[in-house]
Design a protein around this ligand. Structure first.
Ligand SMILES: [Zn+2]
Length: 140
C-alpha cells in the first residue's frame, strides 16, 4: 500500500466515524419522504414504508399524522392522501417526533419497542432493556 492509498483509507475511516457520530441522536433511520401534490391534496407516496420500518399499525400512524396536521387523511394502497398542501419537511419532522414519542425507550433510547394496552392505557415495552414506560404520544 502506498502512502497515498493509506491516507485515502484513513480519510474514509474518519468520514465514516463522523457520520456515525451525527446519527447518535437517534439510531433509527427513517426512509426519505416521497411527497407529491395534486391540487389541494398532498400524497405521501411511500407512506407504507413508514409503518413497516416503525413496526407500528399503519392505521395508527396515519391517525397520528392526520391529528397532528389537523386534516382528514386517507390510505390509498401504499400511499396516504392528506387534504391541503404539506411540505416533505413537515412529514419528516412529524416522523421524527413519532420516533421520540412512540418508539424510543426513555430508559435506553432503543427503538426496538412494542406497545401494549392495559386497562386502556398504552405502555411502551422495550425489547432491548425490558423497561416498561408510559407513552409520551397521545394517539397510540
Ligand atoms: Zn430500553
Amino acid at each position: 500500500m502506498t502512502k497515498t492509498e493509506y491516507e485515502i483509507l484513513l480519510k474514509r475511516i474518519e468520514d465514516n466515524l463522523s457520520n456515525a457520530e451525527k446519527q447518535t441522536s437517534t439510531r433509527f433511520e427513517l426512509p426519505a419522504v416521497d411527497v407529491m401534490w395534486e391540487g389541494q391534496k398532498t400524497f405521501l407516496r411511500n407512506f407504507a414504508e413508514f409503518p413497516r420500518v416503525l413496526r407500528r399499525d399503519p392505521d395508527k400512524v396515519l391517525q397520528y399524522l392526520s391529528k397532528e396536521f389537523a386534516v382528514p387523511a386517507e390510505r390509498i394502497g401504499d400511499k396516504a392522501m392528506f387534504i391541503g398542501r404539506r411540505d416533505p419537511d413537515d412529514f419528516t419532522r412529524l416522523f421524527q417526533i413519532y420516533v421520540k414519542d412512540y418508539l424510543e425507550c426513555p430508559t435506553c433510547k432503543s427503538p426496538d419497542t412494542k406497545i401494549v394496552k392495559e386497562n386502556r392505557i398504552s405502555f411502551l415495552i422495550c425489547e432491548a432493556c425490558g423497561a416498561k414506560s408510559t407513552m409520551k404520544g397521545k394517539y397510540a
